[in-house]
Design a protein around this ligand. Structure first.
Ligand SMILES: O=C(O)[C@H]1NCC[C@@H]1O
Length: 342
């Protein structure tokens, strides 16, 4: 056996969505901040291609690189690599990273509750983990300040006509459509159509509306389209289906923590959710993230909420990715049969 690199990975999923964690074998990228380091990873593409492309990756894989934190309050830092983006924050990935850090012993676990601070590219996130018998059973993440950007905006999508959409930020950027008015009941057999339509809607929103983050001028596109189900009031609180189309055309298996945060910001802006409410988002596979609003804030001149999301993750294995120097595809490959819903 010979290899010009050896990358150590602990694989995990959060409520169905894969979020692998690189725990060794990669030197920290250059940059004075985690954001700058994440921009370097996004520009360079070498690591992204190696772990996300076939034969090591695939369109369903997200991979997180652990790096030494820059902020004095942070216990660990991570750079998120998604199929097409290297985003400021991610709900499912932060839950996978927290679980791997605690369940594999990289950070010490205290039962019944461990509190850690993670540094995501978009900023600090506080994490509370409910732990039992050496397992982080539920992860609560205080996500980045989240805000509604546009409410009831008109968006022309070729072949679909004029849609009424909301746009919002929940650690990543969303165009939000009403699932029912698009004809979706948010059932598993709709996944392909949701992926396909969602990418068209996201692309149309990028062309016609554009996204603006008041404090992060680098993040100026919509990453995702959320198909938002109707909000029902149950004995346990608010509950709504959620399906998020991710570029280049797949549906998040988890209920998407950034989408839940964005949706809570929109519901709060509309006066439909308060600090006393809980919102449970349900994914196409029936998994759930639970959310609440801890307080309010501002992002630049925009009113924002401070969201908390919670969910569960499980480790699925370990891998050592290697590169034989004679492999003709050192950065792997992707083909449109799987890379992009058509
Ligand atoms: O939970 C989330 O926020 C994420 N899941 C995959 C894509 C998003 O970053």
């Amino acid at each position: 056996m010979r290899s010009s690199k050896t990358i150590h990975v602990v694989s995990a999923h959060a409520e169905g969505e894969v979020g692998d964690v690189i725990v060794g074998g990669v030197a920290p990228p250059p940059g004075d901040t985690i954001w700058e380091q994440s921009r370097w990873i996004a520009r360079d593409q070498t690591l992204r291609n190696f772990v996300l492309n076939e034969p090591r990756g695939g369109v369903f894989r997200h991979v997180n690189l652990l790096v030494p934190p820059k902020h004095p309050e942070a216990d660990a830092a991570f750079i998120i690599m998604e199929p097409e983006d290297t985003p400021p924050m991610s709900g499912s990935n932060s839950i996978c990273v927290s679980t791997v850090l605690l369940d594999s012993g990289i950070l010490p676990m205290q039962e019944p509750v461990t509190e850690i601070t993670l540094e995501a590219p978009g900023g600090l996130v506080r994490v509370r983990a409910e732990c039992k018998d050496g397992k982080a059973e539920r992860i609560f993440v205080q996500n980045l300040p989240s805000f509604a950007e546009r409410l009831d905006a008109k968006l022309e999508v070729e072949g679909l006509g004029t849609l009424t959409v909301d746009t919002a930020y929940g650690g990543d950027s969303f165009v939000i459509v009403d699932a029912a008015s698009m004809g979706f009941a948010l059932k598993p057999d709709e996944a392909h159509d949701i992926a396909r339509l969602g990418v068209r809607i996201t692309n149309a929103a990028n062309a016609a509306l554009g996204f603006h983050h008041p404090e992060n001028p680098d993040w100026k596109h919509f990453s995702f389209c959320l198909f938002a189900g109707p909000v029902e009031r149950t004995a346990e609180g608010l509950r709504a289906g959620a399906a998020v189309a991710i570029q280049p055309g797949k549906v998040d298996r988890s209920p998407t923590g950034t989408a839940l945060s964005a949706r809570m910001a929109v519901l709060h802006a509309r006066g439909q959710m308060g600090l006393e409410d809980r919102l449970t988002a349900v994914s196409l596979i029936g998994s759930t993230f639970s959310g609440r609003i801890l307080g309010t804030a501002t992002v630049g001149d925009r009113p924002a909420v401070l969201p908390e999301i919670s969910g569960r993750a499980w480790i699925t294995g370990t891998h050592q990715h290697m590169l034989d120097p004679s492999d003709p595809w050192p950065e792997g490959y992707r083909l449109t049969d799987t890379w992009g819903a058509r």
